[in-house]
Design a protein around this ligand. Structure first.
Ligand code: NAP
Length: 749
């Protein structure tokens, strides 16, 4: 129940929207008295009989006397006349709002009545919720639940009025958004008014055909879904189309020109471009849904998920393909796009980050089919074929996309802007902008800390440089090499220590000559890339959880297929072998320039505690949370040193793992740059190691997946909270783990 916000509320108009809001106000006890004025007596009588109002008046003047909130819930065209009538009778501090579907003309009507100095209590509003039926009987108490309500406060609006109306709509369980009046009308013209216009138009077009009965009789789902909104009230839509004329005409013009393009593609049977257009639209819809759905997840942490794993003897067996490597997925799109010919990609990781890269290239005119089951087809446009995007390129959470594209975009003929989500917007971009400027790029970052958005002016002639990387960063190295593809002469980068070399390898796979001499990588600008087949290797970081699961479970037998074993990434294999795991690397081969292999692990012997070799630390940095679980099951002590970086990952992985291990009964001591774990394993004894408990993953996917594997050797129930982030890097984790023999139950909180 909410607090009482108003003493007397007067509704002018009490149909679908007004009566729904009145129902909410009563249910939530927001108001002491509700009165209303409508055109017909019948509505007032019905409203009284329904218990919605205590008094009904034919004259709005009688309704507004003494009211501290007046709500206009009538057709927008009646606004001016009603305001004129009630103006002299409004109380001094009245809050005055409306629910009309257009806002510019409501404000105009108010100005015509009150002059430029509008009442401080006047705050126009628009609930984005409705139904095809109208009238006082159509109202529903839950009409606004999980819908948006747009308030358009004016310069004259009092903060208190905005805040009380916000509370009122929140009590209706709606999400309140504040927006400028013009913006509201423009946005609604495209998202609501144009679709309604199209629905009316389509039904009209079909209704005018001679065979209309047949058409309607056999109408398929598509027609039914699309035309549903054409059953809406014609009078209301007549009013809206006129009330928002300018913005709607703009939207119709945009629709017409887009329709012409589509028509032409069909007439020309231009299959590639048509697939490109349809794919772009389909992905855009998913992308936006995702972006929007992600927002509350990140900002309010409302949607959280929990894993529960019950104790009991478990097996761990099977052949699995874990999702593709993210770094390689990104690059397959970028290089496929600027190559000549058609590139096929398999094993593509359909995670949010790589999809941001994919969508960026679609926005630059590249026709891309998929992804579907990890398959993507990219119709390359060549080195000079990218087109100017119409708006900013949204990189989501992906630092890789933004840093690599900074290099690529610096060399294009057109201007561009890249933006990202709240977290990416805090990450440093100067480290890539600086060397690019030395090459002649016009690139700007934002604020003192040089963060996104990043703006790039096109049409610059880049010059090759030699650059000594001040930090070991594969992203910066790759960004410079990408710009170097278009630069005059040689571009070279020297790195302080080796970093992931996926860019160099894949460029070579696309036929581009890249030299690696010690720590120096160089290429000559002005060449071209030739399309190829790319098999994205399975991500060794994801495979690591299954390797550890198999290594700690009696009788396990797991094969992980086509895992990337790039030498810059294989620390986990080396460390597990040193701990005595029964692990073999089979079927080694090269795919898309990357070495891959099948990894076969069996649970035949108890692991041994070791001092983890420091030279393997950078090569296994993401795999330590999983390795700590292995260490807990090993016989004797395991010591990790030289891994301070673990403290600044998605969570402080040393502390968070130590906390979780202690909860589960493992003796361990976190240190500044590592951890000491007292393994509880005994030779040839496969009994439980962990005693269960509640683990807080701090929304860190790798912590969640690591502790899931502890479920293979637990004597008590394990619950892991904050597991929703697992889906971003390993969407099939629970499915595959359960297939192997672990029993993870998921619950949404
Ligand atoms: P509705 O169910 O038809 O109700 C309209 C109400 O306004 C009725 O009570 C009607 O009185 C009264 N009314 C009509 N003309 C009037 C006039 N000239 N003077 C005084 N009262 C008058 O309509 P609604 O769906 O609630 O829509 C109301 C407002 O909400 C509109 O501005 C519309 O743009 C907006 N809106 C509608 C939707 C939707 O999907 N329906 C969604 C969002 C916003 P009687 O009962 O006596 O006829």
């Amino acid at each position: 129940m909410s607090e009482t916000l108003f003493n007397k509320v007067a509704f002018i108009g009490l149909g679908l929207i007004g009566s729904s809001l009145a129902r909410v106000m009563l249910a939530e006890h927001l108001v002491t008295t509700i009165v209303a004025s409508t055109r017909s007596r019948k509505t007032l009588e019905d409203a009284k009989a329904l218990g919605l109002i205590s008094e009904g008046y034919s004259d709005p003047i009688d309704a507004v006397k003494g009211a501290d909130l007046v709500i206009l819930a009538l057709p927008v065209r009646a606004t001016q006349k009603v305001l004129q009538q009630i103006k002299p009778y409004l109380t001094e501090n009245v809050i005055l709002t409306d629910v009309g579907s257009t806002k510019g003309n409501v404000v105009e009507a108010a100005k015509a009545v009150f002059g430029e100095q509008l009442p401080a209590g006047f705050v126009p509003g628009h609930p984005i919720a409705g139904a095809e039926h109208t009238g006082v009987h159509a109202g529903k108490v839950d009409l606004f639940v999980n819908h948006k309500v747009i308030l358009t406060p004016l310069a004259t609006s009092a903060t208190l009025a905005v805040s009380k109306l916000t509370q009122m709509w929140q009590a209706a369980k709606a999400e309140v958004i504040c927006m400028d009046v013009d913006k509201h009308d423009e946005v609604l013209a495209h998202t609501s008014h144009l679709p309604h216009l199209m629905a009316f138009n389509l039904v009209e077009q079909l209704a005018n055909r001679e065979d209309n009965l047949d058409i309607f009789r056999y109408a398929a789902g598509g027609f039914r879904d699309f035309s549903r909104i054409a059953a809406s009230d014609p009078q209301m839509w007549h009013d809206i189309f006129f009330a928002n004329k300018k913005a709607i005409l703009n939207a119709v013009d945009g629709f017409e020109s887009q329709l012409k393009i589509l028509r032409q593609l069909i007439e020309d049977e231009n299959s590639q471009a048509l697939m490109g257009l349809l794919g772009h639209a389909q992905a855009a819809r998913q992308h936006f849904n995702h972006m929007l759905a992600q927002k509350p997840l990140m900002e309010k942490n409302k949607v959280t998920q929990q894993f529960t794993i019950l104790p009991g003897n478990k097996t761990f067996k099977g052949k699995f393909t874990v999702p593709g490597d993210k770094s390689v997925s990104h690059r397959s799109i970028m290089f496929g796009a600027i190559a000549e010919g058609t590139t096929h990609v398999t094993g593509f990781l359909e995670g949010e980050d790589a999809l941001a890269t994919l969508q960026a290239f679609r926005s630059m005119g590249v026709s891309i089919e998929g992804p579907k089951n990890g398959e993507v087809t990219i119709h390359g446009v060549g080195m000079n074929g990218l087109k100017a995007p119409t708006g900013a390129l949204y990189m989501g959470n992906s630092g890789t996309s933004m840093r690599l594209l900074s290099g690529l975009l610096s060399a294009q003929a057109f201007d561009s802007v890249m933006t990202g989500d709240a977290s990416l917007s805090k990450r440093p971009m100067e480290r890539i902008a600086k060397p690019l400027r030395q090459m002649g790029a016009q690139i700007q970052t934002t604020g003192e800390r040089g963060t996104p958005p990043v703006s790039i002016a096109g049409g610059q002639n880049l010059q090759g440089i030699h650059y000594d990387l001040p930090m070991a960063s594969a992203q910066v190295k790759s960004g410079i090499l990408l710009a170097g593809l278009w630069a005059k002469g040689e571009t070279s980068v020297t790195e302080p220590e080796p970093t992931r070399d996926h860019t160099e390898r894949m460029l070579r796979a696309f036929g581009y000559d890249v030299k690696t001499e010690g720590n120096r990588i160089s290429l000559q600008g002005g060449g071209k890339l030739t399309a190829t087949e790319i098999q994205v290797p399975s991500d060794i970081s994801s495979a690591a959880f299954f390797m550890v699961g198999a290594a700690i479970t009696e009788g396990s037998d797991v094969i992980l297929e086509a895992v990337g074993i790039n030498p810059t990434r294989t620390g986990v294999i080396e460390i597990l072998k040193q701990m005595g795991a029964d692990l073999t690397v089979e079927n080694e081969r090269i795919a898309g320039g990357e070495p891959i292999a099948d990894i076969h692990i069996k649970g035949t012997r108890t692991l041994k505690g070791i001092h983890m070799p420091e030279d393997q630390v950078p090569l296994a940095i993401d795999e330590f949370p999983a390795l700590f679980i292995a260490a807990a099951c090993a016989e004797g002590q395991t010591i990790l040193t030289g891994a301070a970086e673990l403290r600044v990952k998605e969570s402080d992985r040393i502390q968070v793992m130590a906390d979780g291990l202690k909860v589960m009964g493992i003796d361990c001591t976190p240190t500044e740059d590592g951890i000491i774990i007292e393994g509880k394993g005994k030779a040839d004894d496969w009994s439980a190691i962990f005693n269960g408990g509640e683990i807080e993953s701090h929304h860190d996917h790798r912590i969640a997946m690591s502790f899931s594997m502890a479920g293979l050797r637990t004597s008590g129930e394990i619950t892991i909270t904050g597991t929703e982030t697992v889906a971003t890097s390993f969407p099939t984790f629970t499915e595959l783990a359960n297939r192997a023999g672990l029993d993870i139950q998921i619950s949404e909180l």
